[in-house]
Design a protein around this ligand. Structure first.
Ligand SMILES: [Zn+2]
Length: 160
């Protein structure tokens, strides 16, 4: 039967880990938290690396989530501006919003790639792009020159 680790089971495990990461001598840590030196030593050498790795992953995941959220906000703004510009017949602003939206989608795609293990993100990218594309192309239909220009630009961008 595997021995339980008194450090892993300790209610102040997080503080203990922090102390150990800060290179506090394990003897001192053991004394401070009422643990045996051997338990602290074993925990430091056998368990701590895995904990740190996991903490780092969680941190990076949270960071990527933040970025994703920010890009989504930007994209919502860009779509909003596009809609207003279309209604006002302001093609220059509409094109700027389209360009901004395209940049956002590229960023979203990259972030989605980094978060590959979460398929929900991947599913969101393509429909958003298709929706934006349809909105753009539809809105510009009354303006043949702009319509052609945008279609050309979209083709040159392609799907990659
Ligand atoms: Zn442990």
């Amino acid at each position: 039967m595997p021995r339980r680790c008194t450090v892993c089971d300790h209610p102040e495990k997080h503080s203990i880990d922090e102390a150990l990461v800060g290179d506090a001598p394990y003897r001192g840590v053991a004394k401070r938290f009422g643990l045996s030196e051997s338990a602290v030593y074993r925990h430091k050498t056998e368990h701590l690396p895995a904990h740190l790795l996991k903490a780092k992953e969680v941190e990076e995941m949270a960071h990527a989530d933040d970025l994703l959220e920010q890009v989504r906000n930007l994209q919502a703004h860009a779509l909003n501006i596009l809609e207003r510009a279309e209604k006002a017949g302001d093609l220059r602003t509409a094109l700027a919003a389209i360009s901004q939206g395209r940049g956002n989608l590229e960023l979203l795609g990259k972030l989605a790639g980094e978060l590959d293990e979460r398929p929900v993100v991947n599913l969101n990218v393509s429909p958003q792009w298709l929706e934006l594309r349809a909105v753009i192309v539809g809105a510009l239909e009354p303006h043949p020159a702009a319509h052609r220009a945008v279609l050309r630009a979209l083709e040159s961008v392609g799907n990659g």
